[in-house]
Write a protein that binds this ligand. Structure first.
Ligand code: 6GU
Length: 242
């Protein structure tokens, strides 16, 4: 998978050289490039923002640098060679935004099967609305929010999304079985885990886990998943209208 990130703070993404995603990049499974949006400005101050039409607080990101950057990143290397599958080669262009659809595990799954993702990280009060219309001519545009709270810009949201998407790409997580027994994969929160010692500071591990009875262990874990979900996240259970 190819992922391009556009940001005025590229060093936010230095952490993506670490751990599993860092390995996936070295192994060539994930082709991730972070680009400075200011590289597509041409004035001496490398300006990316301006005052809002209609007035109001803060600044708005100018459309020109975004258009030039998206043109370059969405361009296909050899259009003639891909004449038959033009649609398939169009990137998915994601703008992190608290005004977007909410990101879930299902969104991560969907996006993990795409060939090319472009993340456009906005700052200030947002990006000139015409950029989204322009981008729609280059690929599928998605405005995506992490949840109902406000961050200072799209960078941290993009990192969270890249981690959630990246770990679903085949070969990124060494043991694929570790992907299935996790919170949100089966619609329930995950069961509690324990390791040695069997008693620690007067606290014993639940006895069933030491029993060797695999059916009993599986049933106990399922019960724990349901009980935890009922108390912590009732909204995930069927019949909850909240
Ligand atoms: Cl994707 N961006 C910003 N700026 N704030 C957010 C968000 C995204 N998701 C939740 N809050």
């Amino acid at each position: 998978m190819r992922i391009d990130v556009l940001s005025i703070f590229p060093s936010y993404f230095d952490g993506l050289t670490l751990s599993l995603l860092g390995k996936a990049r070295s192994a060539g499974i994930l082709d991730l490039t972070v680009r400075d949006l200011r590289d597509w400005t041409s004035d001496r101050h490398r300006t990316v923002d301006d005052t809002p039409y209609g007035g109001g607080a803060g600044m708005v990101m100018k459309p020109e640098p975004w258009a030039l950057a998206l043109d370059e990143l969405a361009a296909r290397p050899d259009d003639a060679a891909h004449a038959g599958d033009a649609e398939q080669n169009r990137p998915t262009i994601i703008f992190p935004s608290p005004a977007g659809e909410v990101f879930t595990q299902a969104t991560a799954r969907d996006l993990s099967s795409r060939e090319h993702l472009i993340f456009g990280c906005g700052r200030y009060e947002g990006i000139d609305e015409r950029v989204f219309e322009y981008a729609a001519a280059l690929g599928e545009v998605r405005l995506i929010s992490l949840g109902d709270y406000v961050l200072n810009g799209g960078e941290v949201a993009t990192m969270a999304m890249i981690e959630a998407i990246g770990r679903l790409i085949p070969g990124v997580v060494g043991n694929p079985e570790s992907l299935v027994e996790e919170s949100h994969e089966d619609g329930l929160l995950e069961y509690p885990s324990y390791t040695k010692p069997s008693t620690w500071r007067e606290r014993p591990v639940p006895e069933v886990l030491l029993s060797g009875n695999h059916a009993a262990i599986a049933a106990w874990r399922r019960d724990q998943q349901i009980e935890r979900t009922r108390t912590r996240r009732p909204d995930l259970l069927p019949g909850d209208d909240s």
